[in-house]
Design a protein around this ligand. Structure first.
Ligand code: TRP
Length: 359
């Protein structure tokens, strides 16, 4: 069986370093590994509308921003098909058939959807489209026969839901759909990179993000203001690593070679951590080291983004071409689904014979 990746992002804002370590960096590695037959990266505008119905302008504006972030990080249209969800209407039809295989109570149990409902004050009146977005996500994944879905931890319930739909569909209508596996980042800091304030997650509404497109000065300021150990008042005091955002970022970004370049008096991160815990290592020094690493990683991304920005028409064309390719693939799966469900009446000679026989 061929190995296929599908993943995507909602275009509700620019992507930040949480997206980068949680998924984007990994996607680029997977893309360049040559281990996959096809890779599809979807800008999930239709899903973004399920909780932004009254703000289509935000979604419309951010499609190109997300595409620029993709290209800047190294996703390459020669290797990965980048496309826009709403340009593939086959996904809607698949969702419509899958809806019959899922109960309302099952959707209401989805922990990610539950948390989002609370966050958006939807408790009193949940939009139907929002409650059912895990079903549409199953359509996104299965339409491309994805075997591997690299996403953040919060997407686990969506993958569970997809696998259930696949099993149910195949049991009822015969083996048709492919059951996908989730691929999570293998490092705890990458799985859930906190905001610069140390709060659970980076989020635009909390104003605690470092964006991929952000300029060097502003990144440096954010690093210098990062939350550390509030009990670490003097340099000589012992410091704590738990909940210390600067060290969580180092866990996500630091490689041993960074020490040679930026902090040669330590052999590796373990030695730096040990000194911090012992006392005698100040926050400013650690923050400067983190800043050097971040700048080194983000600088080429920023430069590529500015370069791509100069020709937005080319980015538009790339998305249009990608959407055309994606649509062809999804149409193939939809045809298989219709055949399996025996609703392909006009391509199916046996339907006419059954009708004639009055069966
Ligand atoms: N739910 C994902 C997010 O919020 C976006 C998404 C939509 C997605 N469809 C998908 C991710 C299919 C993986 C596979 O970021």
């Amino acid at each position: 069986m061929s190995k296929v990746i599908l993943t995507g992002d909602r275009p509700t804002g620019q992507l930040h370093v949480g997206h980068y370590v949680g998924s984007l960096r990994e996607r680029v590695k997977l893309q360049n590994s040559g281990d996959f037959d096809r890779i599809f990266i979807m800008i999930a505008d239709a899903q973004a509308l399920t909780d932004n119905a009254d703000n289509p302008e935000k979604v419309r504006r951010n499609i190109i921003e997300v595409a620029l972030d993709y290209l800047a990080c190294g996703l390459d249209p020669a290797k990965s098909v980048m496309f826009v969800q709403s340009a593939v209407p086959e996904l809607c039809e698949l969702s419509f058939y899958y809806m019959n295989l899922v109960t309302v109570s099952r959707l209401q149990r989805n922990p990610t959807v539950k948390a989002e409902i609370q966050m958006r004050n939807f408790e009193a009146s949940i939009p139907v489209g929002f409650l059912t977005y895990p079903i549409s996500q199953a359509a996104d994944i299965t339409a491309f026969r994805a075997t591997t879905v690299p996403v953040g931890e919060d997407q686990l319930p969506m993958l569970e839901q997809t696998r259930e739909i696949v099993r149910r569909f195949n049991a009822v209508y015969g083996d048709t759909l492919v059951e996908p596996d989730i691929l999570l980042a293998n490092n705890a800091a990458c799985l859930r990179l906190p905001g610069i304030d140390g709060k659970a997650k980076m989020s635009k509404s909390l104003g605690n993000c470092i964006y991929l497109a952000e300029d060097a000065d502003s990144v440096r300021q954010k690093v210098m203001n990062m939350f550390t150990d509030p009990g670490h008042l003097r340099v000589q005091d012992p410091g704590k690593l738990e909940g210390n955002t600067v060290f969580t970022y180092l866990d996500a970004f630091c490689r041993t070679e960074h020490f040679d370049r930026h902090l040669p008096e330590y052999p590796d991160l373990d030695a730096l951590k040990a000194h911090y815990q012992r006392g005698g290592l100040g926050d400013v020094k650690v923050k400067k080291f983190l800043n050097a690493i971040l700048q080194e990683e983000l600088e080429p991304i920023r430069a590529r983004r500015l370069e791509c920005r100069k020709d937005v028409a080319a980015v538009r064309d790339m998305l249009e071409q990608g959407s055309r390719t994606a649509r062809e693939v999804a149409a193939g799966t939809l045809a298989d689904v219709r055949r399996a469900m025996k609703i392909n009446y006009f391509d199916d000679a046996s339907w006419l014979r059954e009708c004639e026989a009055g069966a």
